[in-house]
Design a protein around this ligand. Structure first.
Ligand SMILES: [Zn+2]
Ligand SMILES: [Zn+2]
Length: 552
């Protein structure tokens, strides 16, 4: 490896994930300030919340800062295949146009996304073997196997002439992950011996005491639980949790149930897992029609939709709208997953619908059917004991998680722990860790099929529309600026009794206001204010109001 020259700096620039659990996007830069070379670690999405971003399903980071320097972006390295780490690659790649690197299972899922986006011919997805190494300019990158809730999670050791960064990616310590390798604690410990400059680490569960627990214990619990159930059983879990799917399949087989996969993601992931050498003894699955023919106690449905997603299989089943899967009294649904914060309402709605069908709902609230894929505090402490960094940089969390994580790191004698937010450029070396720049950052919404900057304010407008509807007024004036006819009103989402008050206020304003031709702007504003004030008086809300003036 080349040695560092005097002006070289090593910086970390998160454009996503530092401030939210989702849309992870971390750029590492090396070199003198005006000649930095960059690598990107992960490029993920965040899922929109109907209440906050109505009509927006997918949110991703604004990477304009790096796009302007794309000649110096050497590659995108993916740690693992969760959507919050790879889900934005096919949307944002055209802004960077650099090669992509990932281990086989992750690469296969990225390739699938690129194909759907019609980019498969243009993007080079380089498959890195497990434990593989890779050099991109000044960065020597080593993949280190770790455990999480998906096959092939990797931490990265990123060696530079100014020191080694351990970028953990998402992880937990699972002594028995069931699918894939155990955490390569030797490699992490060796890095600690070598001397680690910074550990950049998952904060998701930094507020959770103890340990996350093992997939193997969930397998045992699921086997016991499913043995007690009599009617049809449907289990919903994240499709990407291949070990969990395997456990559910094993439980089904032990209790003489055949399996049917319901939902596109279940088919996609099990196929990708088999192609990558996992799920070797996963049983043959029935199709939905065949499963419907079986007696209830012989069938188990493995369904998408654990978060209550409207269009996913389980919501359609609960609404009685699924063509092949029907559930009713005597049947059970197991939610083998956690509630992602913010999804509580829609998940409980789904529980209610299922309860309404007479179905028994079993979840992590009352049974041991899930463990988290992220490190609780004891596991974080272990990571710091292994890697012994000079600097701890919490990422992958909201501010409250990252702050708790930083406090924990300091309590473990890590000399520096720095909480940074999206767009903060943190210099890791040389010298003390320091925020040296704030670059533009923000979010981009996939709105229908169009990428729109959050800054455009569409979500705010839609929330206002949802809260208080809208009024449109058209005024037709003659050349003496008198009303040439009654103003035309258009009310959308506004209660009838408010209409009269608004009409009156508008007429009154025009009577009082001495308009002149060319004065449209002022007239429009006067009428707009009068209409909103009248609505506020009569209703207590101020709708979005538009006024048009037409001269005849
Ligand atoms: Zn993640
Ligand atoms: Zn993950």
């Amino acid at each position: 490896m080349a040695s560092a020259s005097r002006d070289d700096e090593l910086v970390l620039l998160p454009l996503g994930g530092a401030g939210e659990i989702g849309m992870n996007f971390n750029a590492y830069g090396f070199g003198p300030p005006d000649e930095r070379k960059w690598i990107v670690v992960d490029c993920g999405v965040l899922f929109g919340k109907e209440a906050m971003t109505p009509g927006v399903d997918v949110i991703m980071p604004d990477i304009g800062f790096l796009a302007e320097r794309r000649e110096d972006v050497l590659g995108i390295v993916a740690t693992h295949a969760h959507e919050d780490h790879i889900g934005a690659i096919h949307y944002l790649w055209p802004m960077l146009r650099c090669p992509v690197y990932a281990t086989p299972f992750t690469a296969r899922l990225i390739a699938g996304k690129l194909e759907e986006a019609g980019l498969q011919e243009r993007v080079r997805v380089n498959v890195v073997p497990l434990h593989g190494k890779l050099t991109l300019g000044p960065f020597d990158i080593e993949f280190i196997s770790i455990t999480h809730s998906i096959p092939e999670p990797n931490a990265l050791a990123i060696r530079t002439p100014l020191g080694v960064v351990v970028h953990t990616g998402d992880w937990k310590l699972d002594p028995d992950p069931l699918v894939g390798e155990r955490t390569d604690s030797n490699a992490l410990q060796k890095l600690g011996d070598e001397g680690v400059l910074a550990t950049v680490c998952d904060s998701t569960n930094a507020l959770v005491a103890g340990e996350s627990g093992s997939e193997a214990t969930v397998r045992k619990a699921l086997i016991d639980l499913i043995g007690t159930l009599k009617g049809r059983v449907a289990v919903t879990a994240f499709a990407s949790n291949v070990a969990r799917l395997d456990s559910i399949a094993k439980a089904a087989r032990i209790h003489g149930r055949e399996i049917a996969l319901v939902g596109r993601a279940m088919h996609k992931i099990t196929a990708a897992a088999r192609d990558s050498g996992y799920l070797a003894d996963f049983p043959n699955v029935l199709d939905e029609e065949e499963a419907a023919e079986l007696p209830p106690h012989r069938v188990l449905y493995l369904c998408t939709g654990s978060q209550g997603e409207m269009r996913a299989a389980l919501s359609r089943i609960a609404a009685g709208q699924h063509p092949n899967v029907k559930l009713g009294p005597g049947d059970s649904v197991i939610f083998s997953s956690r509630i992602i914060p913010g999804n509580d309402l829609q998940i409980h709605e789904l529980h209610n619908k299922l309860a309404g069908l007479g179905v028994e709902v079993i979840s992590a609230d009352d049974h041991f059917v899930h463990v988290s894929g992220h490190p609780a505090r004891d596991e974080l402490a272990q990571m710091y004991r292994w890697t012994r960094p000079r600097i701890a940089v919490p990422v992958h969390g909201e501010l409250r998680h990252m702050s708790a994580h930083a406090r924990l790191a300091r309590s473990l004698q890590v000399p520096e722990a720095v909480v940074i937010e999206n767009g903060h450029m943190l210099r890791l070396a040389p010298g003390k860790a320091q925020i040296i720049d704030e670059t533009p950052s923000g979010r981009v919404h996939l709105d229908g099929q169009v990428l729109v900057s959050e800054g455009a304010g569409l979500s705010r407008t839609r929330r206002s529309l949802a809260y208080a509807g809208m009024i449109a007024v058209t005024l037709v004036l003659d050349d003496k600026a008198r009303l040439a006819g009654d103003p035309a009103f258009f009310f959308e989402g506004i209660p009838e009794p408010v209409h009269g008050a608004v009409r009156e206020a508008v007429s009154e304003t025009i009577r009082r206001y001495n308009a002149k031709r060319g004065d449209d702007e002022k007239l429009r504003e006067n009428v707009r204010r009068a209409a909103r004030a009248a609505a506020d008086d009569a209703w207590g809300k101020k709708p979005i109001t538009r006024v048009e003036v037409v001269w005849v």
